[in-house]
Every structure is written in structure tokens, then in C-alpha cells.
Design a protein around this ligand. Structure first.
Ligand code: GLU
Length: 461
């Protein structure tokens, strides 16, 4: 049995798109599940739009998601000699030919076919056939190279996601495989690469489904073994339209910056288009164990920000405090604040009320920066009647042992002394010290605050 080899082949023309991240995840999981190999290939033949910056962003995003690859990154632009050699082979075998049609001629053919309600396919004027006289080669026109697509018969494959698909060769024309500038087109380079890299399973977005018949014909012309193809349906936004930049975040990086945990995005992406029973929460290890290429959805998945938040909240809540501290640090530093050794415990105290690291960072900043209680909360909770109690509390807190037990005892003394109940004191203290009346238990919050900061905030209003 041949070893499973999968790949992800992003074009470096922007950030790692969520759709690409999802097919990368499926390809990775399937390779890991099968004890195979996962390859990263950078499809940079669109020279005008490809950038190193984009390559870097893609590599960072893959690493952040934990999608480690066994080979690559392989850059297509470093393989031009190989594509040239394969094109020469096809030309020698009469399976590819030079086409000198100018863009104007091609436009005219297209328009004429459209006018006759025909599919605007290439008219084959430069396609050599036995007994056919080709036009004279014009001066000054750089030719493209076209693949001599079969004119008869069907292309059929059993799609790993969609099931059997059949396209008649009359529906497709002679594809340009090398542009006039000598650079191969996507549909050709992808075949040579998948062949050379011994790829066995191709998972990709279904925007490529129309390309697959051409690719299969080229594989066959080269005598190369066919990989299996699986086309995952598009991801729709909550308005039912294809997820796009105009409608919100579409890149892995944007979610990292918005305070999502990598395992949450991975979990959510896996579930978006694949299922394992009723499971909603699973680790990367479980995805690898369960992902055998089945149970992939045939119909488009809808991006659900609320569900992603729920998944993220789960992972924030269950994350180790020290790790959370590390993850939240850049968000806190971005506010111009310095952190210290209290950070992990602060994360531990607040993590079960935070859906994202951004929310956690907001809580954390109450300990390292300033707080600004809302005027209406001050009016509601910091009443004239409570001010003498706050003075007593300040006094007790200035000399008690500064830990949770010491602070709890000091608070209890003040409550007894003034004959009031905990909420009457806790609410104004929370508003003054944390800037809001909704916090975890007061003694725990105060113990993680600095004594001088608490005393100063208690008399700040
Ligand atoms: N470069 C293509 C893309 O980013 C890859 C398609 C494929 O996986 O074959 O869409």
C-alpha cells in the first residue's frame, strides 16, 4: 500500500484564508491519521501578486495553528526548469502546441460564440491535427503553449467529498499551460508538482472543481498516477454569501489578533465541514485520531461567530494559567502596560468569564493600569452612607496580612463593626478598585492587587 501524502498549496497573495486553513487542516489531519506525510507548497507563479510578506504570514499562521509539515515549503518559482522540461516532453509527444492567437483574436472568437449562445471555448485554430494546415506564424507575437485536451469522452472521478463527478471533454477547451512570458499556469504546475511530490490525496476548496478535469487529462497525458481529489464546499458568512473580506475577518491572523486560541480556531475549523458524531469540542490529537476522510459535509458550512466564541471561551477557561499569562502578555503590552509575576494568578481568577484574550487583557489591565469607574456605578454604589465603612476598610487593609485570608478577615471585621452585609461593601469596593461591580470574589481580587493601589483607589472618588 502506498503511503498517504497530502499537501496544502497556498498562493502567497495575502493572509492565510480561513478556507485554505481548513483544507490545510484536513490534509494535515489525514496525513497524520494515516501515518503519511504532509507537504507545504507555495504557489507563487502569479509573480505580480505574490509577496514574501504573504509567505511569511502564511508560515506564521500555519505554525500558530500547529499544522506542522514534513516537507517544504517548496516554491514553484524555483521549479521553472522542471516545468519547462515537462512541457518539452509534451510538445515532443504532440500533446501540447504553441498558440499565436492574440488577445484580440481570442476576444473576437469568444464574442462570436457567445452571440451564437455557445460556450466561449478556444476555437482550436493553432491545434495541430493530421492533414490540417496551420496559420502562418505571425511576426512579433510571443506564443502561449496549450495542452491538447482530448475532444471526446468523459473525465470522471470519485470526489472524496462530493462523490462521483463526470465532465464531458467537449465542455472544456485546450488549456494554456505556459503563458507568453514562459511562466506555467496554475493548472499545469499543480499537476507536475502533485506528480513529483507523489501526492495521493488532494483536499482543496470547491472553487477548483472546474480545474480538476483539465488536471486529470494532464496527469493522464503524462502517464502520471492520479491522486484522489476532495473538494470542500465554500464557507458562507452569516448572511449566506461566500465569506469575504468585505463581510468581516477571513484570515487566521485576524482571529489570532482578536484574541482567539489556536486550538479553538482549529477545533472550530475542523467542525465546520466535518463531524465526528455529536462531538463539538475536540483536541488536535482527537481530530487526528478521528479524521479518516469520511464525514465531510457536501453542503456549504456557515461561519458562526457566536459558536466560535463559545468554543474559544471553553479553551480560555480550561487553559493552564501560566500559558494564558504568556498568551495574554502581548495584548497587555499593546496597551502600554508592564506585567509581573502576578499575571498567571490573575488569569486564573478571571479566565472563566473571558471569551477571548482581548477580554482577559481588559481585566488584567485593571491590575497594571488605571481604572475608570462609570459615573453611574459610582452614584449607585459609592453612597454617602457607605463612605465611613470604606474609611474603616482602608484602615484595616493598611495593616492586615496581604493575602486572601488576611484580607477576608479584615473585610469581615469591618462588616461586623458596621453591622452591614457583604454586598453593601463589596459592590462599592469593586467599583472603586476594579472599575466595575461585576468581579470574582472580593478577597481574591484584592489579594492579587497591590495594597497601595487598593488604598489609593478606595479614596479616589
Ligand atoms: N494555489 C491554489 C489556491 O491557493 C491551490 C489549489 C490546489 O490546492 O490545488 O487556491
Amino acid at each position: 500500500m502506498s503511503t498517504v501524502r497530502t499537501r496544502i498549496a497556498p498562493s502567497p497573495t495575502g493572509f492565510l484564508h480561513l478556507g485554505t486553513a481548513r483544507t490545510a487542516l484536513y490534509s494535515w489531519a489525514f496525513a497524520r491519521h494515516s501515518g503519511g506525510k504532509f507537504v507545504l507548497r507555495i504557489e507563487d507563479t502569479d509573480v505580480a501578486r505574490s509577496t514574501q510578506d504573504s509567505v511569511d504570514q502564511i508560515l506564521v499562521a500555519m505554525k500558530w495553528l500547529g499544522l506542522d509539515y514534513d516537507e517544504g515549503p517548496v516554491y514553484q518559482m524555483q521549479r521553472l526548469d522542471r516545468y519547462t522540461a515537462v512541457v518539452e516532453q509534451l510538445m515532443t509527444e504532440g500533446k501540447a502546441y504553441r498558440c499565436y492567437s492574440t488577445p484580440e483574436e481570442l476576444d473576437a472568437v469568444r464574442e462570436a460564440k457567445k452571440a451564437r449562445s455557445e460556450k466561449p471555448l478556444y476555437d482550436g485554430r493553432w491545434r495541430p491535427e493530421p492533414g490540417k494546415t496551420l496559420p502562418l506564424v505571425p511576426d512579433g507575437v510571443k506564443p502561449v503553449i496549450r495542452f491538447k485536451n482530448p475532444t471526446e469522452g468523459d473525465v470522471t472521478w470519485n470526489d472524496l467529498v462530493k462523490g462521483p463527478i463526470t465532465i464531458n471533454n467537449r465542455e472544456i477547451d485546450d488549456l494554456i499551460i505556459v503563458r507568453a512570458d514562459g511562466i506555467p499556469t496554475y493548472n499545469f504546475a499543480v499537476v507536475v508538482d502533485d506528480w513529483d511530490m507523489h501526492i495521493t490525496h488532494v483536499y482543496r476548496g470547491d472553487e477548483h472543481i472546474n480545474n480538476t478535469p483539465w488536471q486529470i487529462n494532464i496527469f493522464n497525458a503524462l502517464g502520471a498516477p492520479l491522486p484522489q481529489f476532495g473538494h470542500c464546499p465554500v464557507i458562507l458568512g452569516d448572511d449566506g454569501q461566500k465569506l469575504s473580506k468585505r463581510r468581516g475577518a477571513v484570515s487566521v491572523t485576524a482571529y489570532q489578533e482578536a484574541g482567539y486560541l489556536p486550538e479553538a480556531l482549529l477545533n472550530y475549523l475542523a467542525r465546520l465541514g466535518w463531524s465526528h458524531g455529536d462531538e463539538e469540542l475536540f483536541t488536535a490529537e482527537q481530530i487526528v485520531t478521528w479524521f479518516d476522510g469520511t464525514h465531510l459535509n457536501k453542503s456549504p458550512a456557515q461561519w458562526d461567530p457566536a459558536k466560535l466564541l463559545w468554543v474559544n471561551a471553553h479553551y480560555v477557561k480550561t487553559a493552564d494559567n501560566a500559558r494564558l499569562a504568556k498568551l495574554v502578555t502581548p495584548f497587555v503590552r499593546a496597551k502600554g502596560l508592564d506585567i509581573d509575576e502576578r499575571l498567571a494568578d490573575i488569569c486564573g481568577l478571571f479566565k472563566d468569564r473571558c471569551e477571548t484574550l482581548v477580554v482577559l487583557a481588559n481585566w488584567v489591565s485593571a491590575f497594571y493600569g488605571q481604572v475608570t469607574p462609570k459615573p453611574e456605578e459610582i452614584t449607585q454604589h459609592v453612597t454617602q452612607a457607605i463612605r465611613p465603612v470604606l474609611d474603616s476598610l482602608s484602615q484595616s487593609l493598611s495593616s492586615c496580612t496581604w493575602d486572601k485570608a488576611g484580607i477576608a478577615a479584615a473585610i469581615k471585621d469591618v462588616l461586623t463593626q458596621h453591622g452591614i452585609k457583604m454586598p453593601q461593601l463589596a459592590m462599592p469596593v469593586r467599583v472603586l478598585v476594579m472599575g466595575t461591580a461585576q468581579t470574582p470574589s472580593l478577597d481574591a481580587v484584592l489579594a492579587l492587587s497591590k495594597r497601595e493601589v487598593v488604598l489609593q483607589r478606595l479614596k479616589s472618588v
